[in-house]
Design a protein around this ligand. Structure first.
Ligand code: MG
Length: 315
């Protein structure tokens, strides 16, 4: 068996609330799994393959990492991939800036465009994606991948930024937010009971001083509509991008100095510090208790004393 190739950095945490200590393991350390990327995003744990997939957006590739073999390239020319998850059948879903589409990798390996337009106009650049237990696929579609040549290529927008709900059972696509509610929808996560959808607002790309915050929406009409958003939390330092929820309903959010953990009541419980700012994260490992953290150019991981909400594809 090959030894793990990871190294360690000093594990720094800062508790704002004593409850934070209950979520940590005193003898777990922050590992550096690999380095040398340009901008890591879209981490997704593939339990049945015992590996992590993660997007490296400007390098237009999806990377694969596993404990035994380390790092490899899963897909070149991946369509400037961003957020990723799996559907209820375990198929990989990838937000693609390059294709302005939500992509699905079939079990055969063939990649199909699942969604690439709304009301006859192309999407902007799907950014992050989450699957509800009923199999519906929710994704954000801000303009960020259209405004420069670093993450997909400069092009014009034909839609306002929105969050969408795609139902693969009947192919229907519904706009779930309006521009008056959120102008730069980014990371998404459901509360464990799926009564709430957290949406990260990172602002309009042309806004020099955007109001960046995490919003909470109530699901209404059995998940066919959302109520008015309310402020859940404002990350500082830095801002939130991707986020995940643990089994107790705590929100683990990307931040300028690492990962912040926020209780369901919106109060910050504590912070895990990383050497680089963080764009996204996911839970994984056999027990879903290992947090994989996308630093800007390096991948970190740490075991926690809590578990991520089990993905619907992994009962
Ligand atoms: Mg994002």
């Amino acid at each position: 068996m090959a030894a793990s190739t990871s190294s360690f950095v000093a594990t720094e945490f800062a508790a704002d609330d004593p409850r934070f200590h209950d979520l940590l393991l005193f003898n777990a350390q922050m590992e550096v799994l690999f380095e040398g990327c340009r901008w890591l995003e879209g981490p997704v744990w593939i339990g049945d393959q015992n590996r992590l997939l993660v997007s490296d957006i400007p390098n237009d590739r999806i990377l694969a990492w596993d404990e035994e073999n380390g790092l490899s390239v899963f897909r070149h020319r991946a369509g400037y991939p961003n957020g990723q998850t799996r559907d209820r059948q375990g198929r990989l879903l990838t937000c693609s800036h390059g294709h302005r589409a939500l992509l699905r990798t079939e079990h055969s390996g063939r990649v199909v465009r699942l969604v690439d337009s709304f009301e006859g106009e192309p999407l902007n650049t799907p950014n992050d994606v989450v699957v509800k237990r009923d199999g519906t696929i929710w994704f954000s579609d801000p303009l960020y991948g259209l405004v420069n040549d670093f993450e997909g290529g400069r092009r014009s927008s034909r839609q306002p930024a929105r969050v969408y709900r795609f139902d693969p059972r009947d192919g229907s696509l519904r706009a779930m937010t309006q521009p008056a509610q959120v102008v730069g929808p980014n990371g998404l996560a459901f509360s464990p009971d799926e009564r709430l959808l957290y949406v990260v607002e990172t602002g309009a790309p042309e806004d020099p001083d955007p109001e960046r915050r995490i919003l909470a929406f109530d699901l209404e009409e059995g998940g066919l509509s959302l109520g008015e958003p309310r402020l859940f939390h404002t990350i500082s330092p830095g801002f939130a991008d991707g986020l995940r929820v643990d089994e107790q309903g705590n929100v683990w959010s990307s931040a300028g100095d690492g990962v912040h953990c926020i209780a369901p009541d919106g109060h910050r419980l504590g912070r895990l510090r990383t050497p680089q700012r963080v764009a996204n994260l996911c839970f994984g490992g056999d027990n879903c208790n290992r947090l994989f953290i996308c630093g800007w150019s390096a991948m970190y991981a740490i075991h926690l004393n809590t578990r991520g909400v089990r993905h619907p594809a992994m009962p």
